[in-house]
Ligand binder design. Sequence first.
Ligand code: K1U
Ligand code: ZN
Length: 172
Amino acid sequence: MTSRPIITAPDPRLQAVSTDVETVTDEIRQLVDDMADSMYAADGIGLAAIQIGVAKRVLVIDLDQKEGNKNPVPYINPKIVWASEEMAVFEEGCLSVPEIWDDVERPARIKCEYLDRDGNKQVVEADGMLATCLQHEMDHLNGVLFIDHLSRLKRGMAIKKLTKAKKLKETA
Ligand code: K1U
Ligand code: ZN
């Protein structure tokens, strides 16, 4: 497994719309393993392939990392097939949007279809943090960041902060 650098905003690559995986091959399984490694190296609970520069519809999520436990779950070609009318608010962060956290409102429960690492079709009914994380990561596949759900003012302030941080990093 190889940990790859995570792209941070503002970067046009994060706005790309990722494409479906045609067949789950060893190359895709290698990508999933690299994504898991990159996510753990950055202390994240989820990652979309585009965050390491690969525009394929692949996510990895691990919400149960207590005591060094590792159980990265890949979601390939994930699709929301049902969403509740009830909404829920969670504070979100993003490895591509460093040091910014804010509340985002999303459907509280979803039903999601996806392929597992063997290419088999699976369905998950998610609520709580899993529902939030799946929707956050699926947004990445459509070029959307959680700050795009904030008010114009908050989003503008976030972009200013990210641009400044990036400039400082480049000149350091
Ligand atoms: O998409 C990403 O960059 C991953 C993101 C997932 C996420 C977090 C919170 C709400 C929605 C989606 C992260 O993993 S941010 C880092 C993080 O959540 C965390 C880091 C250290 C300790 C606890 C949480
Ligand atoms: Zn994110």
